[in-house]
Design a protein around this ligand. Structure first.
Ligand SMILES: *[C@@H]1O[C@H](CO)[C@@H](O)[C@H](O)[C@H]1NC(C)=O
Ligand SMILES: *[C@@H]1O[C@H](CO)[C@@H](O)[C@H](O)[C@H]1NC(C)=O
Length: 146
């Protein structure tokens, strides 16, 4: 969901210290997220600086998800010898309508209760009015008789 975090968890086995690189792809767009070396440098691109978490095991965390983050994430692991391997993840990002719906539901229940309260009050008031009218008429009746 939007604004939530995701962890692309990977388990790497390779010879020596690998270089890890993450790339984002969506349609024709391809963006470097970052690259790092276990126990060495960490280079995260400016666009992702404050949202990406790099882990020494190669995993990558992305926080505060946006709709535009949906797409294909590729990790490239390169050994010192130069041989490398890719692996891809598909990330779907869902918009949360849930909270809005919950708010609407609470609002509707509130309105319904208010309407019910008003209807009962009006009914009670109407009854009270009828009683008062009948009582007044009864009180006036003897006066008219004499
Ligand atoms: C990699 O490290 C992160 C953070 O310590 C952890 O949450 C994740 O489970 C690890 N991934 C694997 C496959 O061990
Ligand atoms: C770090 O990333 C930037 C842009 O993504 C690149 O120009 C630079 O060469 C990288 N530096 C290292 C040490 O990989």
């Amino acid at each position: 969901p939007v604004q939530q975090d995701v962890l692309f968890s990977v388990d790497i086995s390779c010879v020596g210290t690998p270089t890890i690189q993450w790339t984002f792809m969506s349609g024709r767009v391809s963006r470097d997220i970052g690259a790092w070396q276990t126990g060495g440098y960490t280079n995260v691109s400016e666009d992702y600086m404050d949202r990406v978490h790099t882990y020494t095991n190669g995993s990558m965390g992305l926080s505060d998800l946006r709709i535009q983050d949906a797409g294909f994430y590729v990790i490239t692991v390169t050994e010192l010898s130069g041989s490398s391997k890719d692996e891809g993840f598909v990330l779907k990002v869902e918009e949360v309508l849930y909270e809005d719906l919950q708010f609407l539901a609470v609002f509707a229940v509130g309105l319904a209760s208010l309407a019910g309260f008003l209807m009962v009050s009006m009914w009670l008031m109407d009854k009270a009015y009828c009683r008062i009218k009948a009582w007044r008429q009864r009180r006036q009746m003897p006066g008219k008789l004499f």
